[in-house]
Structure formats: structure tokens, C-alpha cells
Design a protein around this ligand. Structure first.
Ligand SMILES: [Zn+2]
Ligand SMILES: [Zn+2]
Length: 544
């Protein structure tokens, strides 16, 4: 037995709806903001991430899945989504197209980390990239998009923002940082000593307790912003206020990746027992040029899907469960099961959610199984039912059952509210229940549904209909029976019937073949002279 690699996870069929919910919500919100999806390869040349993520970052120095392929090229499984999107943006000439280019991705990403709750070696990211716009309004739009998504997912979050300036103002800030940390160099962790030399800004990002303590008193970047960066940050804040998104400034946020400039932000869950960052991003105006493109501003964010799901679960967010079957059709024996199969196909064609037996279970076991599936109705077909062309439908919520002809199954399951109401009204008016079913199948019902908005309206109609029916009986009495040349009884009819008995018999023979049916139905006043050809065919089908 071969086990799953460490740090990876199976998403099983009973859980995948949670993923689908997060992914479809992300797609929906991205669409709302007019972003289109980009899909890039799972692996890229290692150099892309060295340059695009930054070779002093933990991701690049410690966590990448890098290997030589058979052509001796250094290949890396993507550790995040932005670098690949930027590469594709440059390589495909999108930079010369219509700007801004607004896109999102949902991608697996790979980091060789110590596996822990909410952190896997293969994880999934939803990310947003907006290329080509330099104004702070675009930064705010990215934040509002993230905010909309997180709220739609049911999360309580707090937004922290910061500006980490541009290379100009960061030079003086780095100097100040180095001066500050110089006094504490001995107390810093091994990594931070490295960072001190290579990228002092990232000292603020250290997760070590001791380093965090030292960081608390470090100078704030916000005191070192140049005029342009200051204006940009003010504008960013103003746009967020305009959008009604609350924020708090946190000068310690620098983000873990090297390519950020100016605006950076993080959303932190505020639900009890589920704290932690769920989404982070910012502006990275230098990245596209850094990866070989023409200088072009960019802003974006990413959110780990596993992390979102974990926080949603811890916060008790109710994720909508997948649709359960409307009806489970149970067959008593092999022949009935075939009918169930046939009906299921027809119902599914009409968009009804159906399940049937595939395990040759007994009817009792099928009921149990249907209940487990959460089916709203269980329809049983036995020998009797099969003969009468009906199934016995049990409403699983109130335990009531009634026979439903096969031919109105779709209408019954799709429009249950309307039809049930009308069935009730018809029955109250002492129509026979078979007649009630008959109405369900009539074209008349379609008219009814269109024209009658209330039961009262329907009552008026039914009254009139009933009189017509009586009149037609009287009319019938006046009609003589006709015997045709073969000695068969001819249907009494008015001139508005546009087909002959012989034609109808032919049609019926094609359907199933029963010569006396029409006459029987006429005698029972079920087929009436005021009915149309289609109605009569439908009625005959029902009674076959
Ligand atoms: Zn600046
Ligand atoms: Zn440290």
C-alpha cells in the first residue's frame, strides 16, 4: 500500500463541495470586478522565482521544489502564483495590449515546509493581479475585491495596511533600520543576521519571538516615505474610506516577498479561535521590469485556499451543501428497476436531480439508502404500478404518498408547489383524483399556470370548466353513435376536431395500441369534444 506524500492532502468527494464553494465564490467576485482567469504552468524555470520572488526570501532559499529535468534544466514547482502570471504577461505581449490587464488565478503551489495545520507542501492559492495601473485607486480596488470575497465567504476580518515606499525612500529607511539593528545584532537569529546584510526590511518580517521583540521599537517606514509615496498612501487610505472598508495602519507589515513597493495589506481573521492572516498583497511596481518586461506598475494579492477553509471551519461558517436528489426511484424487481432507469434518464434530461439503484438492493434497503442520500421523494415502482403507468411517490418530509403517472413525473417533481396546490383545489371540488392527475398532464394546465395567479382565480376557472363539461355531456347525448365500415364505434365529435378517429387510432397504435380506449374515455367523460388533439393524445397516454 502506497501512502500519500507528506504535506499533501486528498480532497474526498464528500468534502470537495467546500472547495468548490470557495473557488466558485472567488470566480464570481473576480468576475464582478471584471477580472479574467489566467492559467500558467505548474512548473517554471527556477530562475523565474529566484528573480521574481527574491533570492533572500525563505521561499527561494529553503522551500522550493527544485529539480533537474532530463534535459538538465533547473525546474521549480511554482511556490506562488504571481511570478508565473507576470512571466506570461510579458511573454505573450499583453503588456502592449489594453491596460490595465486584470486577471486572477486559482493554482496549486508547492513549498517544502514543515507540515502543520493549514500549511501543506502542496497548497492552493487564489490570486489577483492588476497590471498597468499606478494609481492608489487600483490598490484600493484590489483590497475591496479581497474584502468582498472574504465577507462573502462568511469570514470576520480586519484589514491592516502599510506603505513600504519606493526604492528611493526605502534607501534612507534601510539605513535607519541598519543603524537601529546594529545595536542588537548579537541578539538576532541566524536568518536575521543574513537579512541585516542583504535586505534589512525583511528583519521586520521575522517570526522568531526574540527578533519580534527587537522589531517592536524599530523605526517606522512611514516616517521615511518620500513625497510621492506619501501622497500615494494618503490616496490609498482615502479610496478605502470611500469604499467603506475599515482599516488599521500597521507599519510592521512588509510582506514576505521582495517585490513589493508602496501599498501592502493583510486581512486577519478576527473570529475567536481562528486568528491569523487569510489574505495578503500589495503593489509591486518593480517586478515586471525585474523579470525582463518594460517598466510597468502592478498590484495584487493572494489567499491560500486551505487556510481560508480552515479559518471558515474554525469560525463555524456554514458552507452550502451540494444539492440532494429530488427523487430516488426504487424498483421492486429487475423489470421495475429498468423502468426506474428509463425514468431517471428522462427526468435528468429535464433537469430533475434523480438517483436510482445500482446495487440491486431490496426496496427496503433502497428506501434506507434514499433516506441517507437525503432524497426529498422516494418513488416506488412495483408490478402493479408498472401496469398502471404510475409510481407511488412518498414525500419523505411528511410521510404522505400518492400515485403519480409516469407521463407527468417531470411536471410533478419540477413544479411541485404549483401542481400540488391545483391538485388540492381540484380534489376539493370533488373531481376524481384520476381527473386531477389528468389535469396535470393537460395542455390546459400550462394555460392554468400562466393565467391563474391564485387559487381563487382557479376556482372561477374550474367552475366554468365544470359547466362546460356538463354542457358537453348534454351535447354528447344528442350525438348519435357512429359505426364505421369496420364496425367500430366512432367518437362523437364536433367540427373543431381536426382529425378523424382512424387517424387517432393510428397514433394510439403507435403509442401502445388500444382501440377501445378512446370510447371508454369518452363514456367516462374524460375525453370531451372541447379538447384539442394534443390534449386527447396526452389523456390517452395517461390512461394506457
Ligand atoms: Zn518613495
Ligand atoms: Zn530573526
Amino acid at each position: 500500500m502506497i501512502n500519500i506524500p507528506k504535506g499533501t492532502k486528498d480532497v474526498l468527494p464528500q468534502d470537495s463541495y467546500k472547495w468548490q464553494f470557495v473557488e466558485s465564490t472567488a470566480r464570481e467576485i473576480a468576475g464582478l470586478f471584471q477580472l479574467k482567469e489566467i492559467r500558467t504552468p505548474t512548473f517554471e524555470h527556477t530562475e523565474l522565482f529566484q528573480r521574481g520572488v527574491g533570492d533572500t526570501t525563505d521561499i527561494v532559499t529553503k522551500e522550493m521544489y527544485t529539480f533537474k529535468d532530463k534535459g538538465d534544466r533547473s525546474i521549480t514547482l511554482k511556490p506562488e502564483g504571481t511570478a508565473g502570471a507576470v512571466r506570461a504577461f510579458i511573454e505573450n505581449g499583453l503588456a502592449n495590449g489594453v491596460l490595465p490587464a486584470k486577471m486572477y488565478y486559482i493554482t496549486p503551489a508547492f513549498r517544502y515546509e514543515r507540515p502543520q495545520a493549514g500549511r501543506l507542501r502542496e497548497f492552493h492559492q487564489f490570486g489577483v493581479e492588476i497590471f498597468g495601473a499606478k494609481g492608489a485607486q487600483t490598490d484600493a480596488e484590489a483590497v475591496v475585491l479581497a474584502d468582498t470575497l472574504l465577507k462573502k465567504l462568511g469570514l470576520n476580518v480586519k484589514l491592516y495596511i502599510n506603505s513600504i515606499g519606493c526604492p528611493t525612500c526605502r534607501a534612507s529607511y534601510n539605513k535607519a533600520l541598519k543603524e537601529y539593528f546594529a545595536a542588537h545584532l548579537g541578539e538576532l537569529c541566524y536568518d536575521c543576521k543574513n537579512r541585516y546584510e542583504k535586505n534589512p526590511l525583511r528583519l521586520l518580517d521575522c517570526k522568531e519571538e526574540n527578533c519580534k521583540k527587537i522589531n517592536a521599537n524599530a523605526p517606522s517606514i512611514l516616517d521615511y516615505l518620500c513625497d510621492e509615496c506619501k501622497t500615494h498612501f494618503d490616496e490609498f487610505k482615502a479610496c478605502l474610506s470611500l469604499a467603506g472598508v475599515d482599516y488599521e495602519i500597521n507599519p510592521r507589515i512588509v510582506r514576505g516577498l521582495d517585490y513589493y513597493t508602496r501599498s501592502v495589506f493583510e486581512f486577519v481573521s478576527t473570529s475567536i479561535g481562528a486568528q491569523g492572516t487569510v489574505c495578503g498583497g500589495g503593489r509591486y511596481d518593480g517586478l515586471i521590469q525585474g523579470l525582463g518586461g518594460n517598466p510597468m506598475p502592478a498590484v495584487g494579492f493572494g489567499a491560500g485556499i486551505e487556510r481560508l477553509l480552515m479559518v471558515m471551519e474554525q469560525s463555524g461558517v456554514a458552507i452550502p451543501e451540494p444539492q440532494k436528489p429530488t427523487v430516488y426511484i426504487a424498483g421492486m424487481d429487475a423489470v421495475c428497476r429498468k423502468k426506474a432507469f428509463e425514468l431517471a434518464i428522462a427526468l435528468r434530461k429535464n433537469g430533475v436531480l434523480v438517483e436510482i439503484d445500482h446495487m440491486e438492493r431490496s426496496v427496503k434497503a433502497q428506501f434506507k439508502y434514499a433516506d441517507k442520500l437525503g432524497a426529498k421523494y422516494v418513488a416506488v415502482i412495483g408490478g402493479n404500478e408498472l401496469e398502471n403507468g404510475v409510481m407511488n411517490v412518498k414525500n419523505m418530509s411528511d410521510g404522505t404518498s400518492e400515485p403519480v403517472p409516469f407521463c407527468v413525473a417531470t411536471e410533478y417533481f419540477k413544479k411541485e408547489d404549483i401542481t400540488k396546490k391545483f391538485v388540492q383545489v381540484i380534489e376539493e371540488r370533488k373531481y376524481r383524483s384520476k381527473d386531477a392527475k389528468l389535469f396535470l398532464d393537460c395542455k390546459e394546465l400550462e394555460k392554468m399556470k400562466r393565467n391563474f395567479k391564485s387559487v381563487a382565480d382557479f376556482n372561477i376557472w374550474a367552475e366554468r370548466k365544470y359547466k362546460i363539461k356538463k354542457a358537453s355531456i348534454e351535447n354528447r347525448v344528442r350525438c348519435a353513435k357512429y359505426i364505421d365500415e369496420n364496425g367500430r364505434t366512432i367518437l362523437p365529435h364536433k367540427g373543431d376536431m381536426d382529425f378523424t378517429y382512424a387517424q387517432l387510432v393510428e397514433i394510439l397504435n403507435k403509442l401502445k395500441g388500444c382501440d377501445n380506449l378512446i370510447f371508454d374515455l369518452c363514456k367516462k367523460d374524460i375525453i370531451r369534444p372541447d379538447m384539442s388533439k394534443n390534449e386527447i393524445i396526452d389523456v390517452c397516454r395517461l390512461y394506457m
